[in-house]
Design a protein around this ligand. Structure first.
Ligand SMILES: [Zn+2]
Length: 455
């Protein structure tokens, strides 16, 4: 039975990119049941609850393909931005992760996911730096959003989360079995990546993802450091090395891939390996994307690309439209062919393209009958949106950010109404978050101070 109608200017992101200027979506049992004219659907389902309306744009829920949900979230904007990125990670982020309890993990993930869904993100791929995956899964369920989770996968060096390969694989298998593919929360195989995984770990992780029918994700080449490390390790470029190990392919989602040779780029395209592109991280950390990044070339040559917001020392805000606008702006500035990638292409990466890249293109990413009802209501009645543009995609991307988002539906459930979560009251978390921040900084031996004098 149809229980919900979501109405407005409807950007379906279907194969024709159809826009209904006065459209509506009928939702039943968590799925999109009908797409059509608002008046027709309202007449057919007079008792259904109505969301949206005049001056509203409806889009599919956004996909964030790389997000650390725990760790530096609870010390957000405390890590100085004038330290080298390796120092930020090893002297700040890793010790804070090491001090995390299960309660911290759930609190941190809950806050991150609340922020994300308020900004229209209905599907999040956790980046694989979680110590208590079941607590993070609980956070997804509490907030009512979709996503993929894993746990630490790191078997070299002496960091707090390194473990022998067999132990790492045991933990990975446990997550994958506890959260089977197809559910609201899916278990993925997640490695830290870089040069922090042995060849055995990479190979076994790829085999587990294949056997379990799930995804594999890890970090590679956000800066030029991984290229140097792999040259010493095997004499090969990182992507060539991973290809020889059998790690590339359609199940694999590599975070970053900023520094690539021609051969590496071609190999990623030919193997159908997906990439999550997190432009704020590279700008915030000064990793060279504006001089070396080739993500748009990758996409235009058939590569499977998604966007990610990454983490608090490398992006700070979990806001999909903010990332997409940056990606479009960077593409135009870096390219001689500035007509090739703009607002429409960026919106595709947040929706239908992102869904395809993370292997969920058959279920989410567009407003089509039979897909999950993951929908975002953007309220464009404010002064900044007046008058509404003739081209809603252009208006959303170039003028928008999460502030325009009023209601969000995931799996047919309105989880955000009038800019507030219907599932979790953020005000209840404020005191716990402040206390966690204080304790985590103390336990990690960190004492951030404002750069300017405080009186
Ligand atoms: Zn990351």
């Amino acid at each position: 039975m149809t229980d919900l109608i979501v109405a407005g200017t409807l950007l379906t992101m279907d194969p024709d990119r159809t826009i209904w200027s006065d459209g509506a979506v009928a939702v039943a049992d968590g799925l999109i049941q009908q797409v059509g004219k608002r008046s027709d659907l309202l007449a057919e389902h007079p008792d259904a609850r109505l969301l949206g309306g005049d001056s509203c744009i409806i889009t599919p829920g956004f996909i964030n393909a790389h997000q650390h949900l725990t760790g530096d979230r609870l010390i957000r904007s405390c890590i100085p931005d004038d330290v080298p990125s390796q120092e930020a990670i090893y002297d700040w982020v890793v010790p804070v992760h090491a001090a995390h309890t299960g309660d911290d993990d759930e609190l941190s993930a809950t806050l991150s996911l609340l922020e994300a869904v308020g900004n229209g993100i209905t599907t999040t791929v956790e980046a694989g730096t979680v110590a208590h995956p079941d607590r993070v899964a609980s956070a997804f369920e509490r907030v009512g959003v979709r996503g993929c989770i894993g746990t630490w996968g790191w078997d070299t060096g002496d960091g707090p989360f390194t473990a022998p390969t067999t132990k790492v694989m045991e933990a990975q298998r446990k997550v994958v079995e506890a959260h089977p593919a197809g559910g609201l929360v899916e278990g993925w195989v997640t490695l830290v990546g870089h040069d922090l995984a042995s060849d055995n770990l990479f190979t076994e992780a790829a085999a587990l993802a294949r056997d379990a029918g799930t995804g594999l994700t890890f970090h590679m080449s956000p800066s030029s450091d991984d290229g140097v490390a792999f040259a010493e390790r095997s004499g090969k470029r990182p992507i060539m090395h991973l290809a020889d190990l059998g790690v590339l392919g359609p199940r694999t989602l590599i975070a970053h891939a900023v520094h690539l040779t021609d051969d590496e780029l071609t190999l990623l395209i030919e193997t159908g390996t997906a990439v999550s592109y997190c432009p704020w991280a590279y700008l915030r950390l000064g990793q060279g994307v504006s001089s070396s990044g080739r993500h748009i070339e990758f996409l235009e040559r058939g590569g499977r690309l998604a966007l990610g917001c990454d983490t608090e020392n490398a992006g700070d805000a979990i806001d999909a439209l903010r990332v997409a606008a940056l990606a479009a702006g960077l593409a135009r500035d870096m390219s001689d062919d500035h007509m090739s990638f703009g607002a429409h292409a960026a919106l595709e990466l947040l929706t239908v393209g992102g869904a395809e890249a993370i292997g969920m293109g058959d279920r989410i990413g567009s407003v089509e009958v039979g897909k999950a009802a993951d929908l975002v209501v953007h309220d464009l009645s404010g002064v900044g949106s007046t008058p509404n543009s003739i081209d809603p995609a252009m208006q959303l991307l170039w003028t928008g950010d999460g502030r325009s988002i009023r209601d969000v539906v995931v799996n047919g459930v309105p989880v955000v109404l009038d800019r507030r979560s219907t599932m979790v009251d953020h005000a209840d978390l404020v005191a716990a978050a402040a206390e966690s921040q204080r304790r985590l900084l103390e336990q990690a031996g960190l004492a951030p101070t404002p750069r300017w004098p405080v009186r």
